[in-house]
Design a protein around this ligand. Structure first.
Ligand code: UDP
Ligand code: MG
Length: 332
């Protein structure tokens, strides 16, 4: 099969409302660009009509390829599935909800080809359409990431970007199980450029990123890239030790004066404080240990049930129960 110039990876979870709008905007755009392309729609175990609608759409649109994950595995895992299966010389990733304008993909492609870039970030210069809460939590997130990972992280660059085949292969070669691409991609340090755009409101449907998923992404981001939280134990231990020295001297002085009965409040507070601190540090250790454990077990983050490019009927998925990651390894 001919290798397309461009693959467009779109993770989708329960996006039945937005799907017709997405197709109506994307298809004329890509058809009109006069390039060989494939759209890799990754159905992240949707429970609504997204899966059926995609298969229906693929019958009329040869450029549309449908990859269905067996269960909801999360945005980053769906993105991984799409990146690993895409075949294009360049691979763009975009959300299904039309918050990021698909027209910019072609601009990214032109920029990457003209300047021989491996990464083109979509950078949001205007987020006024996002909710107050989303804007501020996002700002906090990017500020924290820049502190932890370094200044290389472009501000307000989410998962709308274009990667060259070299960059995709570099990402594929990484053994991480819970990749956070918006940090991993800048970490690569490959030649990169930016395309700025205005972030629109979601075209239809509701957000698939509730607070719980946002927190998971933030915790994954920190633990994936930094051991700094672990150092909290060391520093707070040091501080408590210094405080202990001072208090030790104080108690000896008080003892020599024969004044040792009162002090229940300070004792009680100190016990609570140190106990809380220890639990916090244990919890942090647990976060890292849990992730280490997950990496060691090496379970696949997603399992592909169906890929329309493999000519497998939708109702009878091939035996890929051991996961795409494993079959990918076997093929190497
Ligand atoms: N998404 C997914 N799996 C999930 C959650 C979300 O594939 O478990 C997809 C979703 O369909 C969308 C993209 O990730 O294409 C971003 O989600 P959303 O637009 O709801 O996030 P927000 O823009 O509100 O942060
Ligand atoms: Mg969105």
């Amino acid at each position: 099969m001919n290798v397309p110039l461009l693959s467009v990876v779109i993770p989708m979870y329960n996006e039945q409302e937005v799907l017709p709008l997405l197709i109506a905007r994307l298809r004329p755009l890509l058809d009109g660009a006069g390039i060989a392309y494939e759209v890799v729609a990754v159905d992240d175990g949707s429970t609504d009509a997204t899966g059926a609608a995609l298969i229906q759409a693929a019958r009329q649109w040869p450029g549309l390829r449908v990859v269905r994950l067996r269960r909801n595995s999360g945005h980053q895992a769906a993105l991984t599935a799409g990146l690993h299966r895409s075949r294009g010389h360049y691979v763009a990733s975009i959300d299904a909800d039309l918050q990021d304008p698909p027209e910019k993909i072609l601009e990214m492609l032109d920029l990457a080809r003209a300047e021989d870039l491996d990464i083109v970030y979509g950078v949001r210069d205007d987020r006024t359409t996002d909710s107050f809460f989303k804007r501020h939590t996002a700002q906090l997130y990017y500020r924290m990431m820049r502190r932890l990972v370094g200044k290389k992280i472009p501000h307000n660059a989410g998962d709308f970007r274009l990667l060259s085949r070299i960059a995709v292969d570099a990402l594929k070669a990484m053994p991480e199980h819970q990749p956070v691409y918006r940090l991993l991609v800048p970490w690569l340090g490959f030649p990169s450029g930016e395309v700025t755009y205005r972030r629109d409101a979601r075209a239809a449907g509701s957000t698939k990123y509730p607070l719980s998923k946002m927190i998971k992404l933030a915790v994954d981001s920190v633990t994936n890239f930094s051991a700094a939280p672990l150092r909290l134990a060391t520093w707070s231990g040091l501080l408590t030790f210094l405080a202990c020295l001072v208090l030790g001297v104080y108690s000896i002085v008080q003892h020599s004066r024969g004044d040792t009965v009162s002090g229940w409040t300070s004792l009680f507070t100190a016990i609570l404080f140190v106990g809380g601190l220890q639990l916090l540090c244990l919890g942090l250790l647990g976060e890292y240990l849990g992730r280490l454990y997950a990496e060691v077990k090496g379970r696949p983050t997603y399992i592909v049930g169906y890929d329309s490019a493999m000519h497998v009927p939708a109702q009878e998925p091939v035996d890929e129960a051991d996961g795409d990651r494993l079959s990918g390894l076997a093929a190497r």
